[in-house]
Design a protein around this ligand. Structure first.
Ligand code: B1M
Length: 211
């Protein structure tokens, strides 16, 4: 267990090479893959999420930690598949049509990965039809739409309508600086999240996992 605490610390510090080294060492030492994921990598991201909630860390620190977690995940992923460990859920995210902002979207995607979701990122300026096509392809249970411009918020409504018309059953959540809970309600989305931490809690709720 001590090694996994060190691994979580390496993630929190954003120390990529140490996180990879400790992940490899834990695997070689016979530590269960699921423990490495839950107590080491996700454990580290949970610590960071709590610090972010308390305004003790800034966005760059979160991004750096998420990158360390992602790099270590690459070592772990084949073992997770071999051990039959299932993700918390499947999440898909994109920035809606007409909108090129992706920093917040990327942060949400990284935090979702850090929380154990399988994430499909469909990028920026994503037309409604592509959301529909990709949600089917990815089998996502939750779809996230991001918008940073008031002028692109209507594209969320258009995309949601297209998904409903196509019979897509995935839950839909929305976010981005100008987006509010009231807007989510108005367009018929299943929820709104203020930031990446809230997005993880909401997605967990939407797939019926513990928030
Ligand atoms: Co743009 N831009 N921009 N811009 N830009 C804003 C958004 C703006 C507020 C600046 C301003 O005027 N003060 C303004 C929008 C005004 C409005 O409509 N309300 C604006 C504008 C007008 C424009 C252009 C139109 C400028 C022009 O060309 N005249 C243009 C539009 C281009 C386009 O998209 N078609 C434009 C372009 C750009 C750049 C390309 C230069 C660049 C984007 C680079 C990139 O993303 N790769 C850019 C940037 C960087 C910004 C600001 C400065 C920063 C945005 C950002 O990354 N924030 C921004 C001003 C500002 O916010 N201070 C601005 C950091 C990021 C971590 O936060 O994205 O809010 P944020 O994400 C948060 C939450 O919102 C939430 O979680 C994240 C983490 O906490 N969240 C979600 C986001 N998505 C979520 C999804 C979820 C849940 C939560 O669930 C699915």
């Amino acid at each position: 267990m001590a090694d996994l605490k060190e691994l979580a610390d390496a993630v929190v510090r954003g120390d990529q090479s140490r996180a990879v080294e400790l992940t490899r060492a834990a695997l070689a030492g016979g530590v269960a893959v699921k423990s490495i994921l839950d107590d080491g990598l996700i454990g580290g991201m949970d610590i960071l999420a709590a610090r972010w909630k308390r305004n003790e860390v800034y966005i760059p620190e979160v991004l750096i930690a998420a990158r360390a977690m992602k790099t270590a995940m690459e070592v772990l992923e084949p073992e997770l598949a071999r051990a039959g460990v299932k993700p918390v859920g499947k999440f898909m995210i994109g920035t809606v049509q007409g909108d090129l902002h992706d920093i917040g979207k990327n942060l949400v995607a990284m935090m979702m990965k850090g929380a154990g979701f399988e994430v499909t990122d469909v990028g920026i300026d994503v037309p409604a039809e592509k959301f529909v096509e990709q949600v089917r392809k990815s089998g996502a249970q939750v779809v996230g739409m991001s918008a940073l411009l008031t002028t692109t918020m209507p594209a969320m409504e258009k995309t949601l309508k297209a998904m409903k018309e196509a019979g897509v059953e995935a839950k839909v959540m929305v976010g981005g600086a100008p987006v509010t809970g009231g807007w989510a309600k108005k367009i018929g989305a299943d929820g709104h999240a203020e930031d990446a931490i809230a997005a993880v809690s909401l997605a967990r709720q939407l797939v019926g996992a513990q928030p």
